[in-house]
Ligand binder design. Sequence first.
Ligand code: MN
Length: 716
Amino acid sequence: MMRQFELVERVKSYDPTADEDAINRAYVYAMKMHGSQLRASGDPYFSHPIEVAGILTKYRLDSSSIITALLHDTIEDTPATQAEIERLFGVEIGRLVDGVTKLNRIELQSDHAKQAENLRKLVLAMSEDIRVLLVKLADRVHNMRTLNYIKNPEKRRRIALETMEIYAPLAERIGMQELKMELEDLAFSELHADARGSIVQRLSFLREQGGDLIGRILEELRKTFADAGVKAAVSGREKTPYSIWLKMRKMNVGFEQLSDIMAFRIVVDSIEDCYRALGVIHSRYPMVPNRFKDYISTPKPNGYRSLHTGVFGPERHRIEVQIRTQEMHEVAELGVAAHWNYKQGGGKITDGRQYRWMRELLDILEHASNPEEFLEHTKLEMFQDQVFCFTPKGDLISLPRGACPVDFAYAVHSVVGDTCVGAKINGRIMPLRTQLGNGDQVDIITSKAQTPNPTWERFVVTGKARARIRRYIRTQQRAQYTDLGRAILVRGFRHEGYDFAEKALDGVLRIFKAATVDDLLALVGEGTLTAREVISTVFPELKARSQIDNVVALKARHAKPADRKDRANAVPIKGLIPGMAMHFAACCHPLPGDRIVGIVATGKGVTIHTIDCENLEQFSDQPERWLDLSWDDSDGNIHLGRIDLVVSNEPGALGAVSTVIAKNVGNITNLKITNRNQDFFEMLIDIEVRDVRHLTNIIAALRAMPAINSVERARN
Ligand code: MN
């Protein structure tokens, strides 16, 4: 285990301004907190955060990163709290440790490799500070190095898979080649121990056979460059077992046929020298076709730059050659960390924003391929347009930002969306319109009786949710129009002394350009066709007669309310939903219990008015548009009632009004002051009520108040 002073010395060796005191305090604090906890290896738990910090010193990270590494498991595994860490080590460290802790929690939830890409994005999105990700990667490296101590093979496999699919690619994405290769090779030996074993065996056999082959090739290459007058540092290595295995799989060859297991690296002073060195290699050795790649003129998205080629080199061995400058080399090995070192320029920048560029860098790595943009970019945020949430089973669902549980439900499955009635977010019941955040676990509550609610359309953001809701509304609307059309025709037929039969309509479908009887009924229901037109076409002999009504007679308006039996033909309506074939008039706000009448509006369905609404006057000469309606007794919906209120202008009057309404279980949804003077306020109040009785009770209660001058149901 690295000692306290060793760690401090290592950090100070590359950053003399490092906060030595804080590192010391963090070391002691973590040691105290982890106390006697043990690792699976039997080592004190505390050895783990120290190793993680040690790994980061290799990348010359700042003292905040090192301190975060020391503290990274304290919130999760010890009594330490974020508040305490903030108090002891400051807000920045608190935020960084919290970030790593959050990443660890994601890990616990997910074991679904198929969603690797989304998980990678989630990890990136949650690593708001690149240092969080760097600590996380170092944490993973150490856990992988000690993976063999974990007894449960399932768990080992899960961790290795996660490393292979999430963390190694992330390391690559931010350009940390060395870290990536170590993660891959460690995961490889867990996941394919046999394959790795035989590759390693074969490599050592070749090594014995060839003697110091790499050494001899190195020597010849060095001489070649010296002869050509190019200053170059040449190094060589065997490829890692994992990269050999990948190549074997990709090229579908056996290990015996795979010949280029050696890679050589040539580091030169300048870009010009890179191309000169390439010329030297190509003029001296035959090229292997299709192996030349110029990543200097076209860098990889993660900023990697080098020339790659393959040749039949010394002793006719196939070798791979990479040519790069020292700077390119550091970027290739250290990735983001290398840039950070350049940029930091001796730790002079202290305004706390010094790491923002790292985030931006990540962003650019993600989206751009032009390395010129690397350090210049300013205002992009990573994945700002997305949120990532979990199902209770740990599946990851990626949604556009602003998405709500209904979007989530539809993303899981359209049936889940259609039947969703509620949602638990992180274990708590939340409204369906709640905006989801990164890492939220969303549990959708469904009910078979539920159908899509048209009001959802106002707050969903995904196309899928919107399309499903609209489709549902259309089908519902169509069903309502069809029912309505049938009811209208039944009345119309009866009026003329016929029994309605759908068969009777078959013969006239063509005339009205309707494909089916239902289509024709819908046309009548939505008011595009009148009952008169249909009936007079079905029974041409009726044409002669002057008037055919499909309506409740006008006289109904002023007549006493008919008793139920007489009104048996009235079309029953339930509480209506916006967007449907029938809707309530805004002028009179009908409530269950009111006598009501419908006015057919061409192409728009039916508007429902109370029978005494003044606006009905304008339809008095169009009896064919009138439709008798009745309330469906099973209606249990909430309706909107509107009252017109004049109240004295005195302190507390308004409060008293809303108290009385609330006491009577009315919910105020809107309030509009229409007139005010020194003595009185006149206002309109919209109240959600069950029916007309409910509203009448509220009005009665209001009338009993001394401050109330008058209160009426609003009719305009
Ligand atoms: Mn850890």
